[in-house]
Design a protein around this ligand. Structure first.
Ligand SMILES: C[S@@+](CC[C@H](N)C(=O)[O-])C[C@H]1O[C@@H](n2cnc3c(N)ncnc32)[C@H](O)[C@@H]1O
Length: 260
């Protein structure tokens, strides 16, 4: 990763904003601009400084809020006198489930039952087919789908070990579902009739390119909530659920050639 790409990454920007705000606030305290013995004032000043720096760096508004509360929450947590192992445990748990989200910008959130029902409608109940879930999380889509469509070969690819282990545990005994730990960019999507993605806006242009290169003429790509930029979906499904889920359907229509 180049230095420019590193500095543009949200996680790196967050570290830079926090670091700069700590530096400024400590500097202000050392120069006497902040009265000594007022930790809450110090934390609030650091929070405001970090939020302003993040805003100046072009971070989206929800990052400003995270920066604003980070130091005050740190101070509050220090008054709870929890053993350090709790913090380590919390960090490990989050890391197991969010793994490379800081890099992929795709966090874990779960497909709901309405989405499973809509996707199941696209999978034939009476003949063999193959379904791939890109980033299958804990299996919220691919597991019930495998149950509802026993003739379909269902595959989930997931990078985060915690999600994968939980997904496998919940799917014990389902013969038509396999979930494996891999990076879906490094896997072939050619052998699938339906590819499902519930990711984020960030990877969608690349998803479109890979799908166009690899999916067969009958295959369909379903993207939950995030359209492929600059490509009109072949169909859109608006679901009657609380979050008003929108599924974008794409067919790429390019015949697969042998050896490709
Ligand atoms: C929003 S969740 C969706 C989970 C599941 N598909 C569902 O609908 O309930 C996206 C998942 O994709 C995983 N992910 C992101 N990029 C990935 C990659 N390149 N390879 C494998 N998994 C990835 C994340 O770890 C996360 O669990």
């Amino acid at each position: 990763m180049s230095l420019r790409a590193f500095v543009a990454a949200p996680a790196a920007q967050a570290i830079l904003a926090q670091g700069a705000a700590w530096g400024l606030t400590l500097g202000a305290a050392a120069l006497g601009a902040l009265p000594a013995g007022h930790p809450w004032l110090f934390a609030a000043t650091q929070g405001v400084a970090a939020a302003l720096i993040a805003r100046w760096m072009g971070a989206p508004p929800w990052w400003w809020a995270i920066h604003a509360v980070f130091a005050p929450l740190l101070l509050a947590a220090s008054t709870w006198h929890l053993a350090p192992a709790w913090y380590l445990g919390g960090f490990v748990l989050l890391a197991l489930f969010y793994w490379s989200s800081y890099r992929t910008q795709v966090p874990l959130y779960l497909s709901n039952a309405a989405t499973v029902a809509a996707v199941a409608e696209l999978v034939p109940p009476d003949r063999a087919s193959a379904v791939l879930d890109l980033g299958s999380g804990i299996g919220s889509l691919i597991r019930p789908l495998a149950r509802q469509r026993p003739m379909a070969r269902c595959v989930g690819i997931e990078m985060a070990p915690g999600s994968l282990w939980l997904g496998r545990l919940l799917a014990r005994g389902l013969p038509n579902l396999s979930q494996r730990r891999a990076d879906f960019w490094g896997e072939s999507w050619r052998d699938y009739d339906l590819v499902y993605a519930f990711l984020s806006p960030v990877p969608m242009a690349r998803i479109g390119e890979k799908a166009a290169a690899e999916l067969g003429p009958q295959a369909v790509l379903i993207s939950n909530s995030f359209p492929i930029p600059n490509r009109k979906p072949d169909f859109v499904l608006d679901l009657p659920d609380r979050r008003r889920t929108r599924l974008y359907g794409y067919r790429f229509g390019r015949p697969r050639q042998s050896g490709q």
